[in-house]
Ligand binder design. Structure first.
Ligand SMILES: [Zn+2]
Ligand SMILES: [Zn+2]
Length: 137
């Protein structure tokens, strides 16, 4: 199941839509299925890593979902597709993300306890969650 959250800036009215969870294309699957499918495009670095691991390991599968991150430095929020390459319950690789402005590593944010973020446009701290929708049931 996926959730969509809308953030709105109380000052300049800029809005941003963020996703969390999984959906039609984004769901757990075997690496062999992923490699045969041309519909899902992962980041090229993730794709390279999957190809590399697939050469040396058998029965790999992917766990993937959208996650919401807030940079601890600039406090801007973003959603990213988080992918883990697994062999049974062992994680062989997981994607890491960096803030595009600060270049520091992002850590997963609990959207439910997130009180505010910084507006990407006017940098106000009155950038707040306004709506929550359930998608992809
Ligand atoms: Zn704003
Ligand atoms: Zn940042």
């Amino acid at each position: 199941m996926g959730h969509s959250y809308q953030f709105i800036c109380k000052d300049c009215k800029t809005s941003q839509q963020l996703y969390e969870g999984w959906g039609f294309m984004v769901h757990d699957q075997a690496v062999s299925d992923y490699l045969q499918s041309s519909q899902l495009k992962l980041h090229y670095k993730t794709h390279q890593k999957i190809l590399q691991l697939n050469k040396t390991h058998k029965n790999l599968h992917l766990k993937m979902e959208y996650r919401i991150f807030r940079c601890r430095k600039c406090l801007q929020v973003s959603d990213r597709l988080f992918v883990q390459v697994m062999q049974e319950d062992k994680v062989l690789h997981k994607t890491r993300f960096k803030c595009s402005s600060c270049k520091i590593t992002l850590t997963h944010t609990n959207i439910h306890s997130l009180k505010y973020a910084i507006c990407p446009k006017c940098k106000s701290n009155r950038f707040k969650k306004s709506k929550e929708l359930v998608l992809w049931n």
